[in-house]
Design a protein around this ligand. Structure first.
Ligand code: AMO
Length: 439
């Protein structure tokens, strides 16, 4: 291709280019051979372009290549932009030269534009091809936008972004979901969350931190909201007066993220055919006990102290939606159902904890932490933890630890609910679960 011909794409070809020669590159989405004339639909990352290939008006070699090129091959075309009333975009390109940059094998493992339903497993087995669909890519563009919005919001609130180890010596979220790693001659684990480290930082003067990073859980359950590897958006704040301080930050952050997607993600929402409501504020605060009552009145019995299951969360989501609420808090969980680092509510069986639910699904949990060394050790013993495995963590509490609290939010659960995706895996490029380790 000549270097003097300007490179354009489906976004940048305009009326100004009529009768001018341009170069475009992309995937061959479709070839329609109508005898004397063929049309190639060329897809690039931004949209599609029509290439008209009339046998009599293009070089023979160009005609032969373009009429026989397998779908999804990558090609470059140099040609003249011609106004065309018949073409969808109002113009088409008449090619002078073609270069095959990446020939596609056939048959394709998966159609990019075919409307035929494809098994979700086939899609994930061939994710590189699945991701060529604009509606699949739009999910990841939105996810990236959400993370950008979240980071900016917290930066403005004085939070410092941190990165804590993902190869760790002890887990914080229960032994059952730990992945073991052979670490030289020792046994290590993949981090289930940054919990221990973000709390240790609270003793340092880095008093508002957040982290966006992978979290690993050996989840045996095969559900639409659990995976083995997800992106956890964690925050921790020192010198709080109650968990309310933490909840206020998350509430502000969620609103900022959703407003930002509504403003700057319109193209993606359109591609996905998704309408998002801005959650009504303030997010209502429900106590765990009141949720148990609401669920009982809906015919779902939970024994006191038990965590909510998928169906319970869904039922509660329907009740809250009927009252106009998309996001809501559940506070005061029984301390027995919460991890050791959560502070007990003195004189009650409850805890200083919260969950944030979005359209019938938990997306975040957190609370005020037990920062008093002796009480923390007592609580760890009560939970049956081996204190010696947590020495490195406890040390940070022994020499002056301020009151603090924080949260962990599943980024893919947020995106799943925001975009109305049926399965959390749709919000992960290459999902990991019990049955999937490739691609
Ligand atoms: P928790 O274990 O509730 O809390 O996790 C926090 C959030 O992470 C998401 N999540 C998951 N997403 C996908 N697949 C999974 N297997 C999975 N497990 C959890 C959920 C959940 O709300 N350390 C605490 C947080 C804190 O107190 O700061 C924690 O990890 O959205």
């Amino acid at each position: 291709m000549s270097e003097n011909i300007p490179m354009r794409n489906s976004l940048t070809v305009s009326k100004e280019d009529y009768e001018r020669e341009v170069t475009v590159q992309g995937w061959v989405q479709d070839v329609r051979n109508l005898g004397g004339i063929s049309f190639v639909i060329l897809r690039d990352p931004h949209g599609i372009l029509q290439i008209a290939v009339p046998k009599k008006k293009v070089p023979l070699e160009v005609f032969e290549i373009l009429t026989s090129i397998p779908r999804e091959s990558v090609i470059g075309i140099s040609g003249v932009v011609k106004e065309s009333k018949q073409a969808k975009m109002g113009f088409e390109i008449l090619p002078n030269a073609v270069e095959v940059l990446g020939r596609a094998a056939s048959p394709l493992p998966l159609g990019v534009v075919d409307k035929v339903g494809v098994e979700v497993e086939t899609r994930f087995n061939n994710r590189f091809m699945d991701l060529r669909k604009p509606e699949v890519r739009a999910i990841f563009e939105t996810k990236s936008l959400v993370l950008d919005l979240i980071g900016r919001y917290l930066g403005e609130k004085g939070f410092v972004e941190v990165f804590t180890p993902k190869i760790v010596a002890s887990g914080a979220e229960g032994g059952a979901s730990l992945f073991e790693v052979k670490y030289f001659d020792k046994l290590a684990y993949l981090a289930q969350s940054p919990q221990l480290y973000k709390q240790m930082l609270m003793s340092t003067g880095l008093d508002r931190v957040y982290e966006v990073g992978p979290a690993f859980r050996a989840e045996p359950s095969d559900t639409v909201r659990h995976v083995s590897e997800f992106i956890s958006f964690d925050g921790e704040m020192a010198f709080i007066s109650s968990q309310r301080d933490v909840m206020d930050v998350i509430e502000g952050c969620m609103l900022h993220a959703i407003k930002g997607v509504l403003q700057n993600g319109t193209k993606q929402l359109e591609t996905l055919g998704r309408h998002i409501d801005l959650p009504k504020t303030p997010f209502p605060i429900l106590t765990y006990s009141s949720v148990v009552e609401v669920l009982a009145s809906e015919g779902r019995q939970i024994s006191e102290g038990e965590d909510l299951g998928t169906e319970d969360e869904r039922t509660l989501g329907e009740v809250m939606k009927s009252k106009g609420y998309d996001m809501y808090w559940i506070v005061e969980y029984p301390e027995g159902s919460k991890p050791f680092y959560i502070m007990e509510k003195e004189g009650t069986p409850f805890s200083h904890s919260f969950d944030l639910d979005y359209l019938g699904q938990e997306i975040a949990s957190g609370g005020q932490r037990e920062h008093r060394y002796d009480s923390l050790v007592r609580r760890m013993e009560k939970k049956g933890l081996e204190i010696s495995s947590f020495k490195f963590y406890l040390d940070a509490f022994a020499y002056g630890m301020p009151p603090h609290g924080g949260w962990g939010l599943g980024v893919e659960r947020l995106v799943q609910k925001m975009l109305g995706l049926p399965n959390i895996r749709e919000a992960i490029l290459f999902p990991r679960d019990r049955n999937r380790l490739t691609p």
